[in-house]
Design a protein around this ligand. Structure first.
Ligand code: ZN
Ligand code: ZN
Length: 375
């Protein structure tokens, strides 16, 4: 039972906000889970970000909450009875704002080095000469494809982007954490091109947003590569290596294999470790398999819709696949992104093609299942 392994240091709210918990691993080592508040809510609610301090001989922090949460996290580390100065490094599960938002503040206030994936290092910077249009000049490359209107991004994101653009970081290269060889790093692109998981021997896996309970994390789109290919490290020379559903499915398959190899491994996810009054434990192999199945089913249902209804626009596909309560405000754009990443895969498998007037059409084949099996 998970509850037997944990000690509650601070009890937060029923959705996990503010919780501080110590998790004892079988070896006796501790991992501290610290949940910092997020802004999202309503039907797309993820719950807070669960950041983790791993107490090995060389302790480190994974994730830093959303923008503005650096100071809050320092207080929580203190409240957990830990000394911030003992940390040998701060690292990230991936470069989304609810995970790297507090990074610059934390490194500036503590002097502890930030260790980031080489892709993160490239995408978190701004390139005024290469930005797609002038309004994006001061924004990090990771957000050049962002669908939010300029009025919103300038008001809410500009400071965050300016800060992260100035970050002085060290690169995580290779498969072991440079300052602790007991920690294996898995690069698992798809949800985000720099997504990683941190494996603590064979005892626990800090898995970020790669898999979550109940929620199926968003895949990115291969189309994003068009914006960023010029600035990425040269080895990431194909979109499907780091973006989109193909990359994500490949990463999920690796997690299935890892879960099969180490079925006892405790999974520590970045959202909903505790949510709606209860602990949400994940079985690595089972949950990774469920998410693969979800995407397979979504491909199947998009294809059968197009086979039945004839050529359709993305908007029409969205309306047929998402409940109207999910399509308010930002929800529509998120749903569109989700459909686009599935259409990219269906186009690669040969099952759909684009027609005039932005309509997509079924070609008559049903090859995607075999295609996904071969990824
Ligand atoms: Zn994310
Ligand atoms: Zn997240």
């Amino acid at each position: 039972m998970f509850t037997e392994k944990i000690k509650i240091i601070h009890q937060g709210d029923p959705n996990g906000n503010g919780w501080i918990v110590r998790i004892k691993l079988p070896s006796g080592r501790n991992v501290f889970a610290l949940a910092t508040e997020n802004v999202y809510g309503g039907d797309w609610d993820l719950g807070p970000t669960w950041n983790y301090v791993v107490q090995t001989e060389n302790p480190f922090l994974v994730d830093t909450g959303r923008y503005g949460m650096g100071g809050r996290l320092l207080e929580m580390i203190d409240q957990a009875g830990l000394s911030v100065q003992d940390l040998k490094g701060i690292t990230l599960s991936h470069g989304h704002e609810d995970h790297d938002g507090g990074l610059v503040e934390l490194t500036q206030r503590t002097g502890i080095p930030a260790w980031v994936h080489p892709i993160y290092s490239c995408l978190s910077r701004s390139y005024p000469q290469q930005a797609p249009h002038s309004s994006k000049e001061n924004f990090s490359a990771s957000c050049w494809h962002c669908f939010m209107p300029e009025s919103f991004t300038v008001a809410h994101c500009l400071e965050y982007h300016k800060e992260r653009s100035s970050l002085d970081s060290r690169l995580l290269e290779g498969s072991l954490l440079p300052f602790d060889s007991g920690i294996r790093i898995h690069h698992l692109p798809g949800h985000c091109p720099d997504s990683m998981a941190f494996q603590i021997d064979t005892e626990a896996l800090i898995v970020g947003d790669n898999i979550l309970p109940e929620i199926t994390p968003h895949p990115s789109q291969e189309a994003f590569f068009l914006w960023t290919q010029k600035i990425l490290p040269p080895e990431f020379d194909r979109p499907e290596k780091i973006y989109g559903l193909r990359a994500y499915l490949r990463s999920l398959k690796r997690l299935v294999a890892l879960g099969r190899e180490y079925p006892q491994m405790i999974v520590l996810q970045a959202h909903r470790l505790f949510y709606d009054h209860s602990w949400r434990m994940i079985e690595l192999e089972k949950r990774s398999g469920e998410i693969i199945e979800h995407h397979l089913q979504r491909c199947a249902s998009i294809l059968s819709f197009l086979q039945k209804e004839g050529p359709r626009t993305i908007k029409e596909i969205v309306l047929s696949h998402f409940e109207s309560k999910l399509l308010k405000g930002l929800g529509t754009k998120m749903a569109e992104g989700e459909i686009k990443s599935h259409l990219e895969l269906l186009e690669h498998s040969g099952d759909v093609e684009w027609k005039r007037e932005d309509k997509v059409k079924a070609t008559g084949t049903t090859l995607f299942e075999q295609y996904i099996r071969n990824i």
